[in-house]
Design a protein around this ligand. Structure first.
Ligand code: HEC
Length: 396
């Protein structure tokens, strides 16, 4: 029963996390689009806001933005902040539930670094806090006077963090922490910068004073950073299910490519919505980055295949079945013997020659092309055994 509850808790929190994320990212996209689409209106002085007409759900919306005090400010303002907070809180809960509570399956790979679960969790949480501080300091440094310089340094910082995480955690744990670091920066932007600055602006407007434009400028810059980070963060959150990304020794380089690809797709839409034309080159750049990541993910596979061809080919399915039974079936069985699993993980059953043959392609991806399975090699599968699997797969 424990395993059933465990699985459900993970599913339900993931559900909440995805819903909150959709709400947050949806409103972020909406406001970026709205801001870009604002046009001048006679009622608002030039440069102090604008107006957009929208149609949705059978009605027309006339939305106006004021950077100065409007004639009357209603008592009730709608704030957009809980989408961000609930995304981060549910995400942090998942990080603890999946990666810190099951550190030996998901976070610690003894072949990378043999650390205890407590130390691994402390390093993970510490890195998220430290990452925010470094980013925030960079935004307050003289570097921030130039958006391009700041972006370049933040980009280098995130790629360097990815490399560092790969020196400490399993591939999967490393990419998840890069995603969590970026998501923490985004939430920190909302919680510690955008909302406090907005509060100051609102207070000034209500007092009939001209708000310091610096507050608005900062909040806008941070929400622009968030907007450019959204697509790469989503990729990293999904990458844990795709060993060709996380199990690659070059995963940290892929993080760089994904950052550029995601940001350039956002750039296309930001420019288009602002009426500055369609910058089709952004799609070209994004496609080139994705292609580079795909090629990079195949590199270790190619090295491994070279090594395989040198090994004596083993055409013995019985031997293959023996390897799978010995290394995989304690988890991947209809009734797993491994403590904590009620059913075969991901429904992948590998307990008979027939099911093994059915899963041949998946075995190739997860145990031959990559060493994603067994997780962190908990069942001590040897390189020889992987070679035998490779030879069998090649001879089919
Ligand atoms: C300690 C338990 C354990 C062992 C041993 C194990 N696996 Fe897994 N396997 C898992 C878990 C947990 C998942 C689900 C991972 C996830 O949530 O993405 C999984 C998922 C999979 C998947 C589906 C992956 C996906 O994302 O679709 C395949 C295929 C697989 N394992 C193959 C193997 C093979 C082949 C072996 C032996 C070489 C093996 N596993 C050994 C626990 C194990």
């Amino acid at each position: 029963m424990d395993a059933v509850l465990n699985e459900w808790a993970s599913l339900l929190v993931r559900w909440v996390h995805v819903i909150a994320g959709i709400a947050w990212i949806g409103s972020s996209f909406y406001f970026m689009h709205l801001d870009a689409a604002l046009r001048e209106t006679p009622d608002i002085p030039k440069g102090k806001g604008g107006e957009a007409w929208e149609v949705h759900g059978g009605g027309f919306y006339q939305v106006r933005k004021f950077l100065i005090a409007p004639a009357a400010l209603p008592a009730e303002l709608i704030w957009h902040k809980w989408q961000a907070y609930s995304t981060w809180i549910s995400g942090f809960f998942l990080l603890v539930w999946i990666y810190y509570a099951n550190a030996d399956l998901y976070l610690i790979d003894p072949a990378v670094r043999d650390i205890g679960p407590g130390a691994a969790a402390a390093i993970g949480i510490g890195a998220l806090g430290l990452g925010w501080i470094v980013y925030d300091r960079l935004c307050h440094s003289p570097l921030a006077r130039n958006e391009v310089h700041l972006s370049a340094v933040v980009f280098a910082f995130i790629v360097a963090a990815a490399w560092l995480f790969q020196q400490v955690f399993s591939g999967r744990g490393a990419l998840m922490h890069v995603g969590a670091l970026m998501a923490t920066i985004m939430t920190g932007n909302v919680f510690l910068n955008i909302i406090p600055n907005q509060k100051k602006v609102v207070a000034a407007l209500i007092a009939g004073k001209e708000p310091d434009p610096e507050f608005g400028r900062q909040a806008k810059a941070r929400s622009r950073h968030n907007n450019y980070l959204t697509l790469p963060v989503l990729f990293l959150m999904m990458s844990g299910h795709y060993p060709l990304t996380f199990a690659s020794p070059y995963a940290w380089v892929m993080v760089g490519f994904v950052l550029v690809a995601g940001a350039s797709v956002r750039h296309f839409y930001n420019e288009r919505h602002a009426g500055r034309g369609d910058k089709w080159w952004s799609w070209g750049l994004a496609a080139a980055c994705v292609a580079a990541a795909v090629l990079l993910s195949a590199l270790p596979a190619r090295f491994q295949r070279d090594a395989d061809s040198a090994a004596t080919p083993v055409h013995v399915p019985e031997a293959v079945a023996e390897i799978i039974t010995g290394r995989c079936a304690m988890c991947h069985a209809a009734e797993p013997a491994w403590l904590g699993f009620a059913t075969a993980p991901k429904g992948v059953v590998l307990d008979s020659p027939r099911t093994i043959a059915q899963q041949a392609d998946a075995i190739r991806v997860h145990a031959v092309l990559t060493n994603a399975m067994p997780p962190n090699n908990v069942t001590s599968m040897t390189v020889e055994e992987r070679r035998s699997l490779a030879a069998w797969l090649q001879s089919r």
